[in-house]
Design a protein around this ligand. Structure first.
Ligand code: 9MR
Length: 373
């Protein structure tokens, strides 16, 4: 009898340790991109150093967790087209090679954007010169990566907060037809690649209306547009899930894909309660505006985890309409939000901390997919 009990105990211990080992293995191999592989791509923005694989620990984290990439900066016009007759594809070639080597979805960011223009572009004054620039810039870049880039941000941030068109150098020289032209040039260079319009705050009612009109105008003008990018530079309380959901529904009703292209969630106070991502807005720092310089209190970690969970729950509800969810950076240490709208703060907007450790927010996003769907 005693022998029987002993064997039973031993058997239970073996089974238990087997289960724990399985759980441990699952923990080590489980990843965001794997958990969400039947739902949408899970992407990250890559810095130049990450494209060049300078830090092996960061590199293996990227390869493990993400299956889509966007270049955070190196494809912007000032870097890729610094002089009128000169392109610099050194880093963009490496970026594409990185995506291909790792079988990742490759997103191109960004062709036409009023910000980060090369100095020579800022001097363009008339419509003939501007149209020639747009045609050459878009055609050269899209043709070079034809069949290798999966989707492009053709136009970035063309709208004001009230939904009207931003008075950018493009609008000022060409009028609103520049929007249709940009999409036509891109489609002519690579008819198969997905073409997106990308903006921040375009889940807010007024800007959303403007964005819907813009998409309709592009279509009416004969432009091919396949999707809208909602950047998703969000906060703990804002925007509401209701507005995000209304946006997913309204945009997909136009027959296009919805992507969340630059997701991060700021946990810091903002001067003037600023929303969005206008890189030209900057303010002075002080201790009140930088409340967590060392670590993020657990109470806020929990709030961030809950916010991420509710957002991903909504994304899953509408997974048939969503093509990709991309985080704007791999880990907190590299986030642009450490320097915007106030320089030198410590923000905690992503799923991995600056030491590359998964945060509570990571677990909350993973746990949504723990049970087989
Ligand atoms: O994260 C990017 C930061 O490193 C750059 O300094 C900045 C200006 O080019 O752009 C940031 O990325 C922006 C993106 O390209 C477009 N949407 C807003 C993003 C955050 O500002």
């Amino acid at each position: 009898m005693r022998l029987f009990n002993y064997s039973l105990l031993l058997l239970s211990l073996i089974i238990l340790s087997g289960c724990n080992a399985k759980k441990e293995k699952e923990k080590n191999t489980a990843s965001l991109s794997d958990r969400y592989k039947n739902d949408f791509y899970i992407g990250t923005a890559l810095s130049a150093d990450q494209i060049e694989e300078k830090n092996p620990a960061v590199d293996s984290l990227i390869k493990k967790e993400f299956n889509a990439i966007t270049a955070e900066n190196i494809m912007k016009s000032m870097f890729i087209h610094p002089f009128k007759d000169q392109y610099d594809f050194t880093l963009s070639d490496k970026f594409i090679a990185y995506g291909e080597k790792n079988k990742m979805f490759i997103h191109g960011h960004t062709l036409i954007w009023h910000s980060q223009l090369a100095p020579w572009m800022q001097k363009i004054k008339d419509s003939t010169e501007m149209k020639a620039f747009m045609k050459d810039h878009i055609t050269t870049i899209v043709t070079k990566y034809k069949g290798r880039v999966d989707s492009w941000d053709v136009v970035n941030e063309a709208l004001n907060e009230d939904g009207s068109l931003r008075k950018s150098i493009f609008l000022n020289t060409l009028g609103e037809r520049y929007l249709v032209d940009a999409f036509k040039f891109a489609a002519a260079a690579d008819p198969k690649v997905d073409l997106y319009y990308n903006d921040y705050n375009n889940e807010e009612p007024a800007k959303r209306e403007g964005n819907i009109n813009l998409i309709k105008k592009i279509k009416a003008g004969g432009g091919k547009i396949d999707g809208v990018g909602i950047q998703a530079h969000w906060k703990l309380q804002h925007p509401s899930l209701e507005e995000i959901e209304k946006s997913i529904l309204a945009y997909s009703a136009l027959g296009i894909k919805v992507a969340f292209t630059e997701l991060d969630i700021s946990v810091l106070p903002n001067p003037k309660d600023l929303n969005g991502a206008d890189v030209n807005q900057n303010f002075e720092s002080n201790a009140k505006m930088n409340p967590y310089p060392q670590t993020l209190p657990d109470s806020v970690q929990v709030k961030l985890a809950e916010r991420y969970a509710s957002i991903f729950k909504l994304f899953l509800k509408h997974k048939d309409k969503i093509s990709r969810v991309t985080f704007w950076g791999v880990h907190d240490g590299q986030s642009w939000l450490n320097d915007w709208p106030i320089k030198g703060r410590t923000n905690y907007p992503l799923l991995f901390d600056k030491n590359l450790k998964p945060k509570k927010a990571y677990n909350s996003v993973m746990e949504l997919k723990e049970t087989k769907q």
